[in-house]
Design a protein around this ligand. Structure first.
Ligand code: NAD
Length: 359
């Protein structure tokens, strides 16, 4: 299969971790007989230096014309003083908007080999943590009307939370389809005991479930879900929730897995074209030192194969290669424990090569 991938290397550790993801994708193309073409888009701080703006039209065009976009990370101290609408991170908001992605999907997976880095008790971790949160990204309270006024001598602030059934249905479809590609279980999270928007959310999810008979749908209130994620995360396969609840729950879920360098993400809309990136930033403190963990980016590439290109076997091959390298005790600095003499410290580029060689 032939695919065009727009690649944003970005700033800080971005170029290094992207190099390693491309190394792995090249190996996948070779082994599974695919052709991946890469068009490199200059976005973020690098684009400010070169073009005077973080997302030039020419670079956005490359992203919109590609089959999917793979991103390292953007930003850094060098651009701290540029005006707010010119900041590197602003490019990502504009890119997501232009790509029409309304769903952010973040896996929470604990790798057996790294279970010591989870803050949860061993008996909870040993039951296995492997679920994904599908968060609505462009609706709800963050995009509602915001106002502050003075009334009777005091300030009153209001934020409006609105969801239309169309917005709920389209995120629901992504969640049901994600569950079909995983363990077939979907938990819809809301606050239907209090909020009208949540009652509509729950209704639409149940109406939709009639079209996805192979997925088992359950409901959970958001406060209970926050507790269950730390009490028994093994019960979850796919969680779908609205923007603000998803913002909070996905950060909680990434903490229980231990290391920020290991976690990939995808953002999807109504087409197969997605935006794939690790959840961390550009880590200026370790940029240029060949120290960064490239696994979050490599696993983002695996998600791209699975969810945008329907290459499930290929995605699985990457996940198995990561598993094998961790089993062989190779660790980048962020997941290395000095006291454990069995572990072998490797650089960012060594980690990428080790993974590519096991595909
Ligand atoms: P960060 O995620 O870049 O770094 C936080 C800490 O985690 C640092 O100590 C860093 O060294 C470490 N870390 C992050 N990724 C790692 C990896 N792959 N391997 C090993 N260690 C890793 O967050 P920050 O320091 O708050 O932000 C730095 C810059 O990144 C800022 O300019 C911020 O705006 C930007 N940022 C960009 C994105 C993005 O591009 N999507 C996301 C978040 C932050």
């Amino acid at each position: 299969m032939k695919k065009n991938i727009a690649v944003i290397r970005g700033d800080g550790i971005g170029p290094q971790i992207i190099n390693e993801a491309i190394k792995v994708l090249k190996k996948i193309a070779e082994v599974f007989n695919h052709e991946f073409e890469y068009s490199f888009a200059c976005v973020g701080g690098e684009a400010i230096d070169k073009f005077g703006e973080p997302l030039p039209q020419s670079e956005l065009k490359k992203c919109l014309e590609a089959d999917s976009v793979l991103l390292g990370a953007v930003g850094g101290n060098k651009w701290n003083d540029v005006p707010p609408d010119k900041r590197p991170e602003k490019a990502l908001l504009k890119l997501r908007q232009a790509m029409g992605v309304y769903s952010n999907n973040r896996p929470a997976k604990i790798w057996r080999q790294l279970s010591d880095s989870s803050p949860l008790k061993k008996e909870i971790v040993d039951k296995g943590i492997d679920f994904i949160i599908v968060r609505e990204l462009t609706g709800g309270i963050y995009f509602g009307e915001h106002s502050t006024k003075e009334q009777n001598g005091q300030r009153i602030a209001t934020d409006i939370l609105t969801y239309s059934e169309k917005e709920i249905e389209r995120i629901g479809r992504i969640a049901f389809e994600t569950a079909q590609k995983r363990g077939g279980k979907l938990c819809s999270v809301e606050k239907s005991n209090v909020l009208d928007s949540s009652r509509l959310w729950k209704k639409v999810m149940h109406e939709l479930s009639k079209e996805y008979c192979d997925v088992e749908l359950s409901d959970m209130l958001v406060d209970n879900c926050a507790m269950q994620i730390v009490k028994d995360p093994s019960q979850f396969d796919v969680i779908v929730t609205e923007n603000m609840f998803g913002d909070i729950l996905s950060d909680e879920a990434s903490m229980i897995t231990g290391s920020i360098g290991m976690i990939p993400s995808s953002s999807l809309g109504s087409t197969k074209r997605g935006l794939y990136e690790p959840i961390h930033g550009s880590a200026p403190d370790i940029a240029g030192q060949n120290k960064a963990n490239p696994i979050g980016t490599i696993l983002s590439a695996a998600m791209m194969l699975k969810y945008s290109f329907n290459m499930e076997k290929e995605a699985e091959a990457i996940e198995k290669a990561v598993e094998a390298v961790l089993d062989e005790n190779y660790r980048t600095a962020d997941i290395f424990i000095k006291e454990n003499e069995e572990l072998k410290l490797v650089s960012c580029s060594e980690m990428g090569s080790l993974i590519a060689n096991r595909i």
